[in-house]
Design a protein around this ligand. Structure first.
Ligand code: 5RP
Length: 273
């Protein structure tokens, strides 16, 4: 699927269209860099000093997804990159109800931070799914009032299966409830997830794997019709984060194969040494 942004924008006001066009580039694709992990994982490996790791990556990212504290404390305000702000949270990796999230940032605060979009996690299939789904619709109502797109993250519990049946259900629900972009996980038969979701879909990278595997996942997702990636750990925990984001860009924007992208990774790594 090619995301024709002028068509996607038919029902949208200028502000909404303008913000989405900052997040998803003219070719219909995007490299989003997710650095929001601290809101439930604390000082995640690679983000202990978020600014030190992430600022050098910003020239190669189309969009940054931080928390408000991450943004204020580590990212210079004169930087030219659209922000999709994490606005859900409330639980931690050591608590009993991981991902039972509610709204953590008001729309007024999001506007004060000059964001291009906001991100909210839903947890379909959990006992508390209703809370997260109603939280999403509250955020959508508020954000739509100001022309701010909501990216819904289809979070998946440890005991849940990340298959196309489940991810298509969660992604479609997110779009039906008003998300303008959906972030989900790559899985087999990913076409099914993309084809039944009426808004652009981006994939999370998930836990750190070797670079070739992560690039192959990104490639497969793009081939299946994803608009791009919203990748975190597989970029900033890489042995060479700058080289890795360059390789991911090659897949997302230049149609590189996993082998070609891995070459970009290796070359970029060598030229920095
Ligand atoms: C949790 C999230 C993460 O905080 C993050 O954005 C995931 O990115 P990655 O899996 O690529 O590290 O969305 O639901």
């Amino acid at each position: 699927m090619f995301y024709n942004l002028s068509r996607i924008g038919d029902d949208m006001d200028w502000g909404m269209k303008n913000r989405i066009s900052k997040i998803i580039k003219k070719d219909g694709h995007t490299v989003m860099l997710a650095v929001d992990h601290g809101y439930f994982m604390g000082p995640t490996t690679g983000l202990e000093n978020l600014g030190k790791t992430i600022v050098p990556l910003l020239p190669y990212a189309d969009t940054l997804m931080p928390t408000r504290g991450g943004l204020r404390n580590y990212i210079p305000a004169d930087i030219d990159i659209p922000i999709v702000l994490r606005v859900s949270g409330g639980t931690s990796i050591i608590g009993k109800e991981l991902l039972h999230e509610g709204i953590t940032v008001s729309m007024e605060e999001a506007i004060r931070l000059n964001v291009s979009g906001v991100a909210f996690s839903i947890m379909v299939g959990a006992d508390f799914e209703r809370d997260t789904l109603l939280g999403l619709t509250n955020v959508v109502d508020e954000a739509e009032r100001y022309g701010i797109p909501v990216l819904a993250v289809t979070a998946v519990g440890k005991e849940m299966k990340k298959d196309s049946k489940y991810l298509a259900l969660a992604s479609r629900m997110a779009a039906e409830l008003g998300a303008r972009i959906v972030k989900t996980y790559y899985c087999e038969d990913f076409e099914k997830v993309v084809d039944t979701c009426p808004v652009p879909v981006v994939i999370a990278g998930g836990k750190k794997t070797d670079e070739k595997t992560a690039l192959t996942t990104a490639y497969n997702a793009i081939q299946a019709g994803a608009a791009g990636v919203d990748m975190g750990r597989n970029i900033f925990q890489s042995s060479n984060p700058v080289a890795m984001i360059k390789a991911v860009r090659a897949i997302v924007h230049k149609k590189a194969t996993p082998d070609e992208a891995y070459e970009v990774f290796e070359k970029a790594g060598k030229s920095e040494r």
